[in-house]
Design a protein around this ligand. Sequence first.
Ligand SMILES: Cc1ncc(COP(=O)(O)O)c(C=O)c1O
Length: 369
Amino acid sequence: MTAPAAPTAPAVRRTPSCGAPLRLHLSESPFGPSPHAVRAAHEAIDGTGTYPDPARTAPAHAIADLLGVRPEQIAVANGSDELVLLTALSLGDVRRPGVTTAGTFPGYRICLENVRRGCREIPLDGTAPGVAALADAFGGAGIAYVCNPHNPTGGALDRAAFDLLVERAATTGVPLVVDEAYLDFAPPGTPQVLDHLSTGAPVLALRTFSKAHGLAGLRIGYAVGSAELVARLREAQATMPFSVNRAAQAASVAALADRVHLDRVRSGNAEARERLRADLAARGRHALPSVTNFLAVPVQDSARAELLLERDHGILVRDAGRFGLHGHLRISVGDAAHSGRLLDALDAVDPTASPAPSAVSRTTAQEQQ
Ligand SMILES: Cc1ncc(COP(=O)(O)O)c(C=O)c1O
């Protein structure tokens, strides 16, 4: 893969000042995509009268090269949403229900219920996935899902917890699907499926170009994992051979090649996230520690705060109570101008937080949970 020239786009795009709402509800990237990816998408539009490559060969090979795996271990799809559905449809013993944690990305439950498998949800352990109980539940399950790094808390599993889940998948034969949508933002060394591929355990990671690569509107993601699981996924994909369009395929290849842009997004996001977390703490709001591009921020009444932020301040955020993390808003990390507007609006709609000189020690206590 050739290294592209340095990006020409500004590091952070500004939200249009025409009264459009500030979108902090879907963990989108304020940095936007690589300019090389945008150019590749435009060029691909020229071929729009013909169908896209059903084998998705170019992105599958580019991803495999980058990750050091075989192309047969990659399935490229129309976003990881599509992959959640395809895994629920096709992996493991489909007569058995799936299992996942409560208080997580709702796509796993929704897909498992829609394909009539059913879904068992293991309660959170505080604000973290209940890993020991999830591991115990593999016995009666046909497939298991875990989100790591975790939406909506923003935390990541430690090595021991991750290893336990992989070991349980290996001993039971129940496929473990790890949603790694936010892994691009996490520090090096964060446990991930790639670390375990050589063990032969039935594990699969779902990844997306929607977040750090800023291509949410084009719809493209991929699964990487055991070749047997990927083969089943690819069979299921035969029902939708053209689901990944030309522009998305071309843009994803260019995005992967632009490591300069990705590095700028990673470091810019980490800096903005920690600044926002500190600014929140200074106002008495102690967000959960996060390795992602969003923060889970405690508020008195999260449903009301979501409503008022949109209605009175034009700011879209997500009530994490909808995902089972009650009393928290999930707020995307924006740029500095976004954050100032957000902080003032939060104080207006949820005046309960008290600026505390003890903010630092309280933050530390929360980090230990
Ligand atoms: C944890 C998680 N998984 C999957 C998705 C869907 O991503 P995609 O845009 O690739 O469908 C999201 C989107 O926000 C997400 O948060």
